[in-house]
Design a protein around this ligand. Structure first.
Ligand SMILES: Nc1ncnc2c1ncn2[C@@H]1O[C@H](COP(=O)(O)OP(=O)(O)OP(=O)(O)O)[C@@H](O)[C@H]1O
Length: 634
């Protein structure tokens, strides 16, 4: 059965119900993607879990939707209304296959006899209530980025650009195409207004040309002019592009409400009405609730549905046996005649290859760092300042004399310690800030958790090299360490490794504990112990046996010992000073002996730091991916 005949069947069913037309106003032009959406026996429960570290156990189930059914004709503009907490967002997420992992769905949601699932996800645009963007991108850059991640891998570069330009044109975004999106409430910079942000959200969802567009409160927070503009865009998408647009809307004016083809009222997890908006008031009248004259119909409906004790249950019960419900059931039962084999186009989307996603995601994080100075550039400037101050303290004191030994070791301590604490705590703060956008894009299926993790690490590499290199160069020159290129090069490598392992440790603690506060609670004692075991504060030989394993992973100790060996191993003579009341150390080997450091440990320690870096990231990666799958990233 082709599409046209499928709808003839439904139209014939309607003939007997001429007063109750389910889709009398549905206005879009039919095309092959123009299909009805319907759901039956839909029950949705939230699984209430009790946290036990990484694992959770389910303790109870809370019913969010109670055996609801509905039918949305092809190419309709649909409004979902209801009081707060009624289940509107839950219904919309259930229809769009966007329910979070802790929510359980029973029943069926179908498009033209085809179950809604991950294979036809790309046909659903889903605009969330709160938009989230990478604020440093301009509108055009954002759309190009999203197009590269969302659109079919077979789309050519030219077609992709053409699609972005067409959407910018269609939605009237030309004037702000090169404006940065910015963050909400960002002062003093030219960024997008609230209304423009909503339209950019639309644009993002339209990139893949979805047949269904779900919008969670697209007009909330907008003035009446911007709200009207947003609804006009939705209306245009339905009438000129044949899409079905379903949106949750609060307190619309009667004029705005009349634009919609269908109104679905949700109350207490049930359907209180579903049909043309202009028949809603007469339905309420037929069940004994009369709208006073000169009263806004949307306000009246909301008042009725918010009054839980009196009206809600009886209205829902009456609706279940009304002509409207009968019409919905007829329409659904007629859908079984629809030939779903013609819907193969719905499952025919190939998402971009993994390296392509990794490349674009890494590029986004690079740009974010370059354009947002608060992320890394301020920290580099701070490092330069610290390096100059430290350098001034050691100016002229680092000499191969008995007094100079302490200055040498002080410089090594500063090189290690500055690349140990700050980077660790800094990444621990940066990662959680990226999670909201990650969660949104991850649930939309844009990319997976490993891609996000690897892109983050790659984008951090320049910082990991530039920051310690600048710091080391300044201190090396000001303190006047050995004039030897190989020694200088290895010194830089050791400080880079020190920072790399520290950041890996920060990631690991964040991802093991899953919350910044918990991670900070545990990382502080850990890194203090790691520092104490460096050989500076306690002689390595006297460390208790049960802490030996920690010494072997103390990258503070490994770095400090490696620097000490590197700078002292070739020193054959240190002059004694008669003024000092301390034993004279005659050469570099004696300095190493004093710390219990062994000359042959230089390269093994450097390799150990590399292995610790890999080990920490491996643990961190597994925890992150597991948490993302269990929906436990906070
Ligand atoms: N993950 C969850 N766990 C437990 N309860 C939940 C969960 N998600 C939603 N709920 C509950 O389900 C009910 C319906 O939530 P929903 O977000 O669908 O309401 P809504 O009608 O969209 O409300 P609003 O207009 O305020 O956004 C609310 O009582 C809410 O507290």
């Amino acid at each position: 059965m082709n599409l046209a005949s499928a709808y003839t069947v439904i139209s014939n069913a309607d003939e007997s119900n001429s007063n109750f037309q389910l889709f009398e106003n549905a206005g879009g032009e039919y095309n092959e993607n123009c299909l009805p959406l319907y759901w039956e026996n839909l029950n949705v429960h939230a699984l209430i879990k009790k946290d036990r570290w990484l694992r959770s156990s389910i303790t109870s189930r809370k019913q969010l939707l109670n055996n609801v059914e509905g039918y949305i004709p092809p190419c309709s503009l649909v409004a979902i209304m209801g009081p707060s907490g009624a289940g509107k967002s839950t219904l919309m997420a259930a229809l769009a296959n966007k329910l979070p992992a802790e929510i359980q769905l029973e029943g069926s949601v179908k498009i033209g006899n085809l179950p809604v699932n991950n294979f036809n996800n790309h046909n659903f645009g889903y605009m969330y209530q709160h938009d989230l963007f990478c604020g440093v991108f301009t509108v055009k850059e954002h759309l190009n980025f999203m197009a590269k991640l969302k659109m079919d891998r077979r789309t050519t570069e030219n077609n992709l650009k053409a699609r972005v330009s067409a959407i910018i044109e269609e939605l009237g975004l030309n004037q702000c195409a090169n404006t940065r999106i910015g963050a909400v409430g960002e002062n003093g910079k030219i960024t997008l207004s609230g209304g423009e942000r909503k339209i950019v959200s639309f644009a993002t969802e339209l990139l893949t040309d979805p047949s269904f567009l779900f919008c969670d409160e697209p007009t909330t927070g907008l003035d009446s002019y911007s709200a009207q503009k947003v609804v006009n865009i939705m209306q245009r998408l339905v009438s000129s592009q044949g899409k079905t647009v379903i949106c949750i809307i609060h307190q619309p004016s009667s004029e705005l409400l009349s634009i919609f083809h269908q109104l679905i009222l949700v109350a207490d997890g049930r359907i209180a009405y579903s049909g043309p908006p202009n028949q809603a008031i007469s339905f309420f009248e037929s069940v004994g609730f009369r709208c006073p004259e000169n009263y806004n119909s949307a306000d009246f409906i909301m008042k009725m549905l918010s009054d839980k004790n009196k009206s809600v249950n009886s209205v829902c019960d009456e609706f279940a046996v009304s002509k409207h419900s009968e019409l919905i059931r007829n329409a659904i039962s007629n859908e079984i005649y629809y030939d779903s084999s013609s819907l193969s186009v719905f499952c025919n989307h190939l998402s971009p290859f993994w390296p392509v996603k990794l490349y674009h995601l890494t590029r986004r994080y690079f740009l974010e760092k370059v354009r947002d100075p608060t992320i890394d550039i301020h920290r580099i400037l701070q490092k330069v300042g610290i390096a100059v101050m430290v350098g001034l303290c050691y100016l002229g004191t680092v000499q191969q004399t008995q007094v100079g030994i302490q200055s040498f070791q002080g410089v090594f301590f500063m090189l290690i310690t500055e690349n140990f604490f700050t980077p660790m705590y800094s990444v621990m703060n940066q990662l959680p800030a990226k999670l909201p956008l990650f969660r949104r894009e991850y649930t939309s299926g844009l990319y997976d958790a490993p891609t996000f993790y690897i892109a983050n690490i790659i984008s951090f590499i320049p910082t990991m090299i530039i920051e310690p290199t600048i710091f080391t160069i300044i201190i090396y020159c000001m303190a006047g360490l050995q004039n030897d290129l190989f020694v200088f090069f290895l010194t830089v490598i050791i400080t880079i490794l020190e920072m790399a392992v520290s950041t890996a440790c920060g990631y690991m603690f964040n991802n093991i504990f899953g919350s910044l506060s918990l991670a900070l609670t545990f990382v502080q004692p850990f890194d203090n112990v790691i520092m104490i075991l460096s050989g500076i504060f306690v002689n390595i030989r006297s460390i208790p046996w049960y802490l030996h394993w920690l010494v072997s992973i103390s990258w503070f100790e490994l770095g400090f010992e490696a620097l000490t060996i590197l700078h002292w191993k070739n020193v054959t003579y240190i002059a004694c000073s008669e003024d000092l009341d301390v034993p004279c150390l005659m050469n570099g080997n004696e300095v190493l002996d004093q710390y219990e450091f062994t000359e042959s440990n230089l390269m093994p320690h450097i390799y150990s730091m590399v292995w610790i870096f890999i080990g920490f990231h491996a643990i961190s990666f597994v925890c992150f991916v597991t948490r993302a799958r269990w929906n436990k990233l906070s």
